[in-house]
Design a protein. Structure first.
Length: 128
C-alpha cells in the first residue's frame, strides 16, 4: 500500500549516518542524493535498490512523533539493529521481543532516531 515515505530531519547528514549505521543489518543504503536549497534530499533503499525512504531538512518545528517500521528478514536482523542502535547511543524504547498482541511471530525492537521519532525493526514470522 505505501510506496515511499519522506521524513524531515534537523540535520540530514547526521540522520543519514545514523540510519545507515543502525539499519545496516537489514541492508539499508543510500541510492540517490540531490541538492535542495542549502541542504540536500537523500533517498535510501533496502536490498532491492528502489529509494523508498527519503530524508530532507525540516522547514518547521516538529510537533508530532512519527512511527516508522523497517522490515527485517529474520529475528537475528532485528537483534543486530538493536545492537547497532545501542552502539550508536540511541534511546531504546523496547528491546527485541515477540509482541503477541500484534500477531503470533511479530518480533520487533523500537528506538528513537535523532529527531525523536519512534523507529522499529520488525520481523513477521514464526520463531526461527
Amino acid at each position: 500500500m505505501i510506496d515511499h515515505i519522506g521524513v524531515q530531519v534537523a540535520d540530514v547528514e547526521a540522520s543519514l549516518a545514523f540510519y545507515l549505521r543502525t539499519f545496516a543489518p537489514i541492508g539499508i543504503r543510500e541510492v540517490v542524493r540531490f541538492p535542495h536549497g542549502d541542504s540536500m534530499v537523500v533517498g535510501l533503499s533496502g536490498p532491492v535498490g528502489i529509494p523508498d525512504f527519503w530524508l530532507s531538512r525540516a522547514t518547521g518545528t516538529e510537533t508530532r512523533e512519527l512511527h516508522l517500521a523497517f522490515r527485517a528478514d529474520d529475528r537475528q536482523a532485528v537483534d543486530a539493529v538493536h545492537e547497532a542502535a545501542v552502539r550508536a547511543g540511541a534511546e531504546i524504547l523496547h528491546a527485541p521481543r515477540e509482541w503477541p498482541e500484534y500477531h503470533p511471530g511479530y518480533y520487533g525492537a523500537f528506538l528513537r532516531d535523532l529527531d525523536g521519532h519512534n523507529i522499529e525493526a520488525v520481523h513477521h514470522g514464526a520463531q526461527d
